[in-house]
Ligand binder design. Structure first.
Ligand SMILES: [Zn+2]
Length: 280
């Protein structure tokens, strides 16, 4: 296998996922015996794979109604419009007609001053992300019976969930982006949720999408706080870089997931803070 970059990686991935036929499996095993770089690659893949499996061992269709990214996007648009409307209504009432003319000039200055723009975007998280060409949401459904789930809700602030509740990520991109989803728990241990190889960003075209598609992830039995991140970047990145960056930021934020809202680095990120409690 000379074309290691393409051929070997795909084959290794298939091998890790037990998708190879027995002859193909034997072929790769004999190659592994003689190729140190593939063995190394395989090792890192297996570690990654193990995490995914341990974390979300039961990825399966659920009955959680999925509002879908389009509906969500429309809903967000409406929320944004309302935020803006409220802002202008307040402004209008407070200022009155007399000073409108001079205020228009001020308003222009106001909106074109980076400082104020930042202030505005901090008021509404979703606006900030729209301005950067993407946005993401996390949906969750509570398990209310052995096979029934509550209606999907959009996570805001801290979300209290329990093992076997479900989550789904939804995103809208105005550019082509590499996208990855990961998490970190309160012990500072990071884990992957969605990664694509050979690097880890999954190439996504402009438009709306969800992960998983038409399904949701069933949460594992971990009890404690977690934070889930959706990360997008114009160029791809490695799992190692991402993992190191999130763990470093966790330490910088005094190991508090509450304050760990973004991961500094050559990407944009959005996150959701979750506390997993035992079901009562
Ligand atoms: Zn090799």
């Amino acid at each position: 296998m000379k074309e290691r970059e393409v051929c070997c990686l795909n084959q290794l991935q298939a091998y890790v996922e037990h998708r190879l036929s027995p002859p193909e499996q034997r072929l790769i095993e004999s190659h592994l015996a003689s190729c140190a770089s593939c063995r190394e690659q395989l090792e890192s893949m297996q570690v990654l794979e193990e995490w995914v499996v341990r974390k979300y061992k039961t990825l399966q269709p659920t009955e959680i109604p999925d509002p879908g990214a389009d509906v969500l996007f429309a809903q967000l648009e409406k929320e944004n419009a309302q935020t803006q409307e409220n802002f202008f209504q307040r402004w209008w009432k407070g200022v009155g007609w007399v000073v409108v003319a001079s205020s228009l000039v001020l308003a222009l200055v106001f909106f074109y001053t980076p400082f104020f723009r930042n202030m505005m975007s901090r008021e509404s998280g979703s606006q900030e992300f729209l301005a950067k060409g993407w946005r993401a949401q996390m949906l969750y459904g509570r398990r209310i019976g052995s096979k029934t789930y509550s209606r999907a809700k959009v996570a805001e602030g801290k979300t209290i969930l329990s093992p076997f509740d479900t989550i789904q990520f939804s995103y809208t991109l105005s550019n082509t982006y590499f996208l990855a989803i990961l998490g970190i728990n309160q012990q500072g241990r990071s884990f992957s949720i969605l990664l694509c190889k050979p690097n880890v960003g999954c190439l996504r075209k402009p438009g709306a999408g969800t992960y998983p598609e038409n399904r949701s992830l069933i949460l594992d039995e971990y009890i404690g706080e977690e934070r889930y991140f959706v990360v997008v970047a114009r160029t791809n990145f490695s799992w190692k870089t991402l993992k190191q960056a999130v763990e470093k930021e966790w330490k910088a934020k005094r190991r508090r997931l509450q304050h760990l809202d973004t991961i500094p680095g050559p990407w944009l990120s959005r996150s959701w803070w979750v506390e997993k409690k035992r079901r009562r």
